[in-house]
Design a protein. Structure first.
Ligand code: AHR
Length: 512
C-alpha cells in the first residue's frame, strides 16, 4: 500500500514538473538599454483626441490649465509618458503651423479632410502642444508637413521653435509669449509619405526627405533628431531605399503596423463583440510585429551595422470597427482585455529588439483607436491598455536581459500561436522585472525559470486579467480590469516558479 502511494506521489510530482515550461534568464554585459521612448504616445487632430480630449471647452467643469484637462495630465504622468507625437498622422501633412499661433480669435479655420470633415479652429497649436508636453514632463515629437507644405514652411517652424538668435521668427515667438526656444528634438519629416502623406514613390520621397531634412536646421544647443517616414507594414523595399540613400542623414526611420482583428481593412471586427477564433487571429496579427521588426532591422543592419539609426514604430495598436453610432471618421473604439494583451505582447517585442527599436508610439492617447483613456463629459476612464503601460514603466531605461524558452502552443482550429510572450530587464538598483503575457484563453501555464548571474531574494508581482477576453471597463464599472497584487510566484532554490492564469499580463519584480 505504502509503495503504491509513493509511486502515485512521485508520478504526480514528475507530471507536474513535466507540465512546466522551462525558461532561462541571463544578464549579459553587452546588453542594450530599453529606451524609455519605446513607451511613447500619439495625439492627432482626429476625433476626440485633442478637441474634447486633451483640450476642452473653457466652460467644462474639470481642473484645467488654460484648456488642458489636468485629470488626464495627472493620469499620464503616473505612467511616465516619455514622448508625445503630434499633430498627426495624416493630419500632419495638411497642417500649416502658422494657422495655430497668435491670438486664438484670429486663427483661421480649416476643414479636417482626413477625419470626419469637421471644422478645425486651430485653437490647439504649437504653444498649446508644448505647454501640454511641459505639464506631462515629456519630450515633444513633432511631425512636419511634407505632403502639402513647403521646405521653407518647415524650416521656419524649426527656427521658430529652436533658435535663440534674433530673427523675424524668433521675434514672433517672443511676441506670442515664449522667450526661450523650446529645443524640440524629435522631428518627423512627413508621415506615411507612401499614402496620405502625398502618395509618393520611395525614390521620390528619398529626395524630398533629403531636401526637407537639410533645411530643418540644428540651432544652438538644439540638435534635431530627424526621423524619416518609413515603411507601410512589410514594404521592405521602402526601408532598403531609404537606408541606402539617406541613412547618414537621419536619427530614425519609422514603421507603421496596426493589428486588425480580422486582417481586413473593410471589416476590421468589433472592439467588444468577438469569439475565440477572432481573438486568436488578433493575437496572431499582433505577433506579426516581431517578424516585421526583425526583417526591417536586418535590412537596416546591411547599411548601418553599428545600429546608429533607430527604428521608430511611431504608429501601432489594435484598430477595430468604430463603436456603433459614433462618427466613422473619429475612430472611437472600446478597449477590452484583448487590448491589454496586444499591448503587453507588442511592448515585449519592442523590449526584445531594444538595440534597434528605440522609439514607438501607440495610436492614440485619448478616445481614438487603442486609447489609454476614454472620456465622457467630465469623467475619464482608464482602459486596460493604460494599466499595461503603468505596469511596464519599470522597463524604461533598464538593461534588457536575455530570455530563452520555447513557448507551448495555443491553437484554435487551424490557427496556432505561441501562448506566452515575455521580456525582462534589470534596473539601476539591481531589481529584475519580468513581463509575461499568457495569451491562451483556456489554460493556466506554469513556468520554471532559472536565473543565471542574478541573485534575488523576493518576488512580488501585479496582474491584469478578467474572465473573458472581451471584458471591458465602462464608465459605470471603471475598475473591472485593473492591476491587482499577484501572489503566484515562488522561489525554489534560485529558480522562479510561476503559474500564469489564462488571459493575463503579469509583471514580476525580483529584488536582490
Ligand atoms: O492613427 C490613424 C491614422 O493611421 C494616422 O493618421 C495615419 O498616419 C495612419 O494611417
Amino acid at each position: 500500500m505504502k509503495s503504491l502511494f509513493s509511486f502515485l506521489f512521485s508520478a504526480t510530482l514528475s507530471l507536474a514538473v513535466f507540465g512546466q515550461t522551462k525558461m532561462s534568464i541571463t544578464s549579459g554585459s553587452s546588453a542594450p538599454v530599453i529606451s524609455r521612448h519605446i513607451y511613447g504616445h500619439f495625439s492627432e487632430h482626429l476625433g476626440r483626441c485633442i478637441y474634447d480630449g486633451f483640450w476642452v471647452a473653457d466652460s467644462m467643469n474639470v481642473p484645467k490649465k488654460d484648456r488642458i484637462r489636468l485629470d488626464i495630465v495627472e493620469a499620464l504622468k503616473k505612467i511616465k509618458v516619455p514622448n508625445l507625437r503630434w499633430p498627426g498622422g495624416c493630419f500632419a501633412d495638411e497642417y500649416h503651423w502658422r494657422d495655430g499661433i497668435g491670438s486664438r480669435k484670429e486663427r483661421p479655420k480649416m476643414v479636417n479632410t482626413n477625419w470626419g470633415g469637421v471644422s478645425e479652429d486651430n485653437s490647439f497649436g504649437t504653444h498649446e502642444f508644448l505647454e501640454l508636453c511641459g505639464l506631462l514632463k515629456c519630450e515633444p515629437y513633432i511631425a512636419g508637413n511634407v505632403g502639402s507644405g513647403t521646405v521653407e514652411e518647415m524650416a521656419k517652424w524649426v527656427e521658430y521653435l529652436n533658435s535663440d538668435a534674433q530673427s523675424t521668427m524668433t521675434d514672433l515667438r517672443k511676441q506670442n509669449g515664449q522667450n526661450e526656444p523650446w529645443r524640440v528634438k524629435f522631428w518627423g519629416v512627413g508621415n506615411e509619405s507612401w499614402g496620405c502623406g502625398g502618395n509618393m514613390t520611395v525614390d521620390y520621397y528619398v529626395n524630398e526627405y533629403k531636401r526637407y531634412a537639410t533645411y530643418a536646421r540644428n540651432y544652438n544647443n538644439a540638435p534635431l533628431y530627424r526621423i524619416a517616414s518609413g515603411a507601410n507594414v512589410a514594404d521592405y523595399n521602402w526601408t532598403d531605399v531609404l537606408m541606402k540613400n539617406a541613412a547618414n542623414r537621419m536619427w530614425g526611420l519609422t514603421l507603421h503596423h496596426y493589428t486588425l482583428p480580422t486582417g481586413n481593412w473593410r471589416k476590421k471586427g468589433s472592439a467588444t463583440n468577438f469569439a475565440e477564433k477572432e481573438y486568436i487571429s488578433t493575437m496572431k496579427n499582433c505577433l506579426y510585429m516581431d517578424e516585421l521588426v526583425t526583417r526591417h532591422s536586418t535590412i537596416m543592419d546591411k547599411y548601418d551595422p553599428e545600429k546608429k539609426v533607430a527604428l521608430v514604430v511611431d504608429e501601432w495598436g489594435i484598430w477595430t470597427d468604430v463603436e456603433p453610432g459614433t462618427n466613422p471618421g473619429f475612430l472611437y473604439q472600446q478597449n477590452s482585455l484583448r487590448d491589454a494583451l496586444v499591448a503587453g505582447v507588442t511592448l515585449n517585442i519592442f523590449n526584445n529588439h531594444a538595440e534597434r527599436v528605440r522609439m514607438a508610439n501607440l495610436a492614440q492617447t485619448i478616445n481614438v483607436l487603442q486609447a489609454l483613456i476614454l472620456t465622457q463629459g467630465n469623467q475619464i476612464l482608464l482602459t486596460p491598455t493604460y494599466h499595461v503601460f503603468d505596469l511596464y514603466k519599470v522597463h524604461q531605461d533598464a538593461k534588457l536581459l536575455s530570455v530563452n524558452f520555447t513557448s507551448p502552443d495555443y491553437s484554435v482550429e487551424d490557427v496556432k500561436i505561441p501562448a506566452i510572450s515575455v521580456s525582462a530587464s534589470q534596473d539601476s538598483t539591481g531589481a529584475v522585472h519580468i513581463s509575461l503575457v499568457n495569451m491562451d484563453a483556456n489554460k493556466n501555464i506554469t513556468i520554471r525559470t532559472s536565473l543565471y548571474d542574478i541573485s534575488w531574494k523576493t518576488a512580488d508581482g501585479q496582474i491584469i486579467t478578467a474572465d473573458k477576453f472581451n471584458d471591458i471597463n465602462t464608465f459605470e464599472k471603471p475598475g473591472l480590469i485593473r492591476p491587482v497584487m499577484f501572489k503566484g510566484a515562488k522561489k525554489e532554490g534560485n529558480d522562479l516558479v510561476v503559474t500564469l492564469p489564462k488571459l493575463s499580463v503579469i509583471v514580476l519584480e525580483l529584488k536582490p
